[in-house]
Design a protein around this ligand. Structure first.
Ligand code: HXC
Length: 523
């Protein structure tokens, strides 16, 4: 102790350090902070306090300054250059973070600002931990010109390098405009908060000049638009606090990096638990929609399901859950929307989710009730052929354990796509209510018996008989079971225990990578 005292840095030096730190931590005299609050937004440091475990934040580059010569006397951005960066913990596990400070030149990104972000991204890659960016920025700092643009490009390049190696999360808590939107777009999950988050390629003024349209901030790039229509946003929150809670919840399901195989926590839910609700759903009228979320909750641990992009492409439901403690990704058709048919948005939403799970070794559960691809001019014109192929591609290349349960309909190409055995799904179960066929009974009978029906004395009676025959021969799980395309027809109530055993068995699954640089996914 005495020795330490003897070595203590002279107090004036320490004071200088503290003074510099203090000035860098409070770059704005108060007015800008007030303005930030008046917009209903928290300050950059407050955000990190709410996101990270208490007292876990370690800051990097607090004293970094802009080297740009573009600013006149006294106009140079303060130390820190408008972004707070460093590492800390969430739920006890390390993460790297950065938080843009709108009170410093509108959070705009200059070169030093970009270098700070790049540094924590490099640290996250080196340590193998998630990186979370809090974006609140007017974009490229106009005064720094091409250096700012170059800074963005270096962030984008790191986003791509980190893709599939460490989880990357973006929280948009203010404006995010122009090319700046492409860093969040390259990350795995985008969070937005109603009323304060806006993302667009060009702001309302430029849109007006270019197209004559006069959009508001909200309709052009608000949380509602991006969560319901564009699919850019994965999670929407009512407040910043709720947003940080959701990020922490999401991270709980994810490994730290693609190499980590986390030890599943002990589940408090009974692995043998049966569900009468599932039997009731299996027995219900196949034309009547039901809640697929209730099905998922009945199967997984503690009824806990973290849904992703819940308001976008509602005909497919994706999200994370646990089975006997092990995190899994769930993909399920939703009969309550478009009868659960696959369309462009559903294929892209589920395709990206499947690829995320595959990259991070999260096993996939697929629950099938799909009448086919959604037909029509609109879908064909917008490219359902190439865009619908994305989900097929994603499943085919996924090497994580993949288990399917066919609940009801599995018709046509959509049967193949939804993780069928034929595309190397590892195990396939079917409920007794499963109908696995090229198409539904009504359409099939019309096509295959058109002439007989036309000539029949009583076409109604003949149609009923043919439909009954078709249902017996094709619209059941038994033809598929007789060929080994489903491994087992199970009582619906037993779905949870069956899946737990299947995924436990598949924990040691290994596949060899195909010797190629990479495939050519239909983008
Ligand atoms: C420098 C900027 C800035 C920028 C805002 N500020 N954006 N300074 N470069 N890009 C400054 C303002 O001058 C102002 O400084 C302070 O930040 C707050 O901005 P306000 O306009 O007063 O705030 P507000 O009314 O809330 O509007 C916020 C805003 C608006 C919507 C973000 O500032 C805006 O439209 N900014 C430009 C957005 C944009 O088009 N950026 C370029 C995108 S292109 P004072 O000193 O007055 O407080 C891009 C390319 C990326 O980013 C390329 C990647 C390849």
């Amino acid at each position: 102790m005495d020795e330490l005292k003897a070595k203590k840095i002279p107090s004036d030096k320490t004071e200088e350090l503290l003074r510099r730190q203090e000035a860098a931590r409070r770059p704005d005299g108060g007015e800008k902070a007030k303005a930030q609050r008046s917009r209903g937004k928290l300050l950059a440091r407050e955000r990190l306090d709410l996101l990270l475990d208490q007292d876990s934040f370690e800051e990097t580059d607090l004293l970094v300054e802009s080297r740009s010569e573009a600013f006149g006397d006294g106009r140079k951005p303060p130390a820190g250059d408008g972004v707070i960066a460093g590492f800390g913990r969430i739920n006890g596990r390390p993460v790297c973070v950065y938080s843009q400070d709108f009170t410093v030149m509108g959070g705009s990104l200059g070169l030093a600002h970009a270098e700070k972000i790049c540094k924590v991204m490099d640290l996250a890659l080196a340590a193998g931990c998630p990186v979370i960016g809090i974006c609140d920025s007017g974009g490229a700092r106009i005064q720094e010109g091409v250096e700012a643009l170059g800074g963005y490009a270096e962030i984008f390049e790191r986003n791509v390098r980190a893709s599939g190696v460490i989880p990357q999360i973006s929280a948009i808590l203010g404006p995010c405009a122009g090319g700046a939107v492409y860093s969040p777009a390259l990350t795995d999950f985008v969070f937005m908060v109603e009323g304060i988050s806006h993302m667009f390629i060009t702001g309302p003024d430029v849109v007006k000049q270019a197209t004559g349209e006069e959009p508001e901030f909200e309709s052009l790039g608000g949380a509602k638009l991006h969560s319901e229509k564009s699919g850019v946003c994965h999670f929407t929150a009512g407040s910043e606090q709720d947003c940080f809670r959701q990020i922490r919840e999401l991270l709980d399901f994810l490994p730290q990096n693609a190499r980590e195989i986390p030890k599943p926590p002990i589940s408090s839910d009974n692995p043998r638990r049966e569900s009468a609700l599932l039997d009731a759903i299996a027995a219900s009228d196949p034309r009547k929609p039901y809640s697929i979320r209730e099905v998922i909750r009945a199967i997984v641990d503690g009824r806990q399901f973290l849904e992703i992009q819940a308001a976008f492409a509602k005909n497919i439901v994706v999200g994370f859950a646990r089975l006997n403690g092990q995190a899994i990704g769930v993909v399920a058709n939703n009969s309550e929307h478009l009868s659960g048919a696959l369309d462009i948005d559903a294929s892209e939403k589920a395709g990206r989710f499947v690829r995320f799970c595959d990259a991070f070794n999260i096993p996939l559960l697929t629950l099938v009730d799909v009448p086919g691809y959604w037909p029509g001019l609109d879908q064909e014109r917008r490219g359902i052929i190439r865009r619908g192929a994305k989900l097929l591609y994603a499943y085919c290349e996924a090497s994580v354990p993949r288990v399917t349960v066919i609940l009801k309909k599995a018709y046509g190409g959509a049967y193949d796509v939804m993780n069928s055995r034929h595309i190397r799904g590892d195990m396939s179960f079917a409920w007794p209510s499963a109908e696995i066929a090229v198409m539904g009974p009504a359409a099939a009978v019309e096509i295959t018996h058109r002439r007989e029906l036309k000539a029949a004395a009583d076409p109604k009676k003949l149609r009923a008989k043919l439909t009954e025959d078709y249902i017996r021969d094709f619209a059941s799980p038994y033809h598929a079971a007789s060929r080994g395309y489903v491994d087992e027809v199970i009582e619906a109530r037993l779905t949870r225990p069956k899946l737990i055993r299947a995924f436990q068995f598949l924990r040691t699954k290994r596949t060899d990578a195909i010797p190629r640089k990479h495939g050519n996914m239909p983008l």
